[in-house]
Design a protein around this ligand. Structure first.
Ligand code: GRG
Length: 308
């Protein structure tokens, strides 16, 4: 008989095992949440599944699971919150790729949704995924999350996704093509466009469990701000240094479209230094939160050291 090799609690192997299990959990939960591809209207449902399943790094779901470990949240509630985040994220990618926005043909290593299914279906995929996200979040109630916490989570996700969050950041992004932005304006845009949803993932995961005390909230807020911005700084660096094969999307698009980025505003070296500074802030938060925040720390490292 071969005994299973025990996986240690910390170290690269333990994190690889934990994150692989998180990716499987969210993939299964998403597959169950999304309507079957043969249910009418079948083309829309097939395209929704195409947009969501079988791709992506699943950073937002992993943040939900990691933050849920801090507050002892039930797995079912975390799956529902993780699906909500990933549905909003997938919708934003589908709409961002449309010809009227970023006009891209490659996403997660496959043709974008409008290339595969047409623009009208791609629009509807985004619309339907946004609604499905809130349906999934409401499902946390069935896993013992108290109703006031579910309402608070709904507000958090709505604000992070809407005009003061991600959609607003996208609006600023579209207005900024060819413009020179100050560092402050660039940061404001990215905190909305990318940071708001990543921060919401941390808050929703934590909110599925015991109410965090003031100290935990303080350090989680610093963590959220640091990783939210670091993600975008690294994305801008990879847009210059990466290639389409490893990124799974078109490289060099930002410069080609005249979009202000951290690399164009600060330069490559200063952008790398900024990513390091933000990683140090995330590490400080994780150290203060203690060992239950271990996975949050490992995700921060992944965000800054990733190659895709
Ligand atoms: C259309 C309302 C609306 C918003 C779009 C997310 C977004 C806002 C635009 C995507 C453009 C972009 C490349 C932003 C940079 C940061 C980002 C969100 C990258 C994609 O997220 P990943 O790397 O993607 O987590 P995967 O595929 O791994 O899930």
């Amino acid at each position: 008989m071969t005994l299973p090799v025990p996986v240690p609690e910390s170290g690269a192997a333990a994190f690889a095992d934990w994150s692989a299990r998180g990716c499987v959990a969210v993939e299964q939960a998403l597959s169950a949440l999304l309507p079957p591809a043969d249910r009418a209207p079948a083309r829309l449902h097939e395209a929704m599944r195409y947009a969501v399943l079988g791709g992506g790094k699943r950073v937002r779901p992993l943040l939900v699971y990691a933050a849920g470990e801090l507050t002892g949240a039930p797995a079912g509630a975390l799956d529902a919150a993780a699906c909500a985040l990933e549905c909003i994220h997938a919708y934003s990618l589908v709409h961002d790729d449309l010809p009227c926005m970023d006009d891209d043909v490659l996403r997660r290593g496959k043709p974008t949704v409008h290339v595969a299914y047409g623009e009208a279906t791609a629009m509807l995929v985004g619309d339907a995924l946004q609604a499905l996200a809130f349906e999934s979040l409401a499902g946390t109630l069935g896993w013992g999350v108290p109703a006031p916490a579910v309402v608070e989570m709904t507000l958090t996700l709505a604000r992070a996704s809407g005009s003061i969050g991600m959609a607003g950041g996208q609006a600023i992004d579209l207005e900024s093509v060819g413009a020179r932005l100050s560092r402050e304006a660039l940061e404001d845009m990215h905190r909305r466009k990318t940071g708001a949803l990543l921060g919401a993932a941390v808050r929703l995961g934590a909110a599925c469990g015991r109410a965090p005390d003031a100290g935990t909230l303080h350090w989680l807020a610093q963590y959220e701000r640091a990783i939210g911005l670091a993600f975008q700084v690294v994305d801008d660096i990879l847009d210059v240094t990466g290639d389409a094969a490893s990124l799974g999307k078109t490289a060099g698009k930002d410069a080609e479209q005249g979009k202000p980025t951290y690399v164009s505003v600060l330069g490559l070296d200063a952008s790398r230094q900024l990513a390091d500074t933000l990683l140090a802030q995330a590490r400080e938060s994780v150290a203060a939160l203690g060992s239950p925040a271990r996975r949050l720390g490992e995700i921060a490292e992944l965000i800054v050291l990733r190659q895709s």
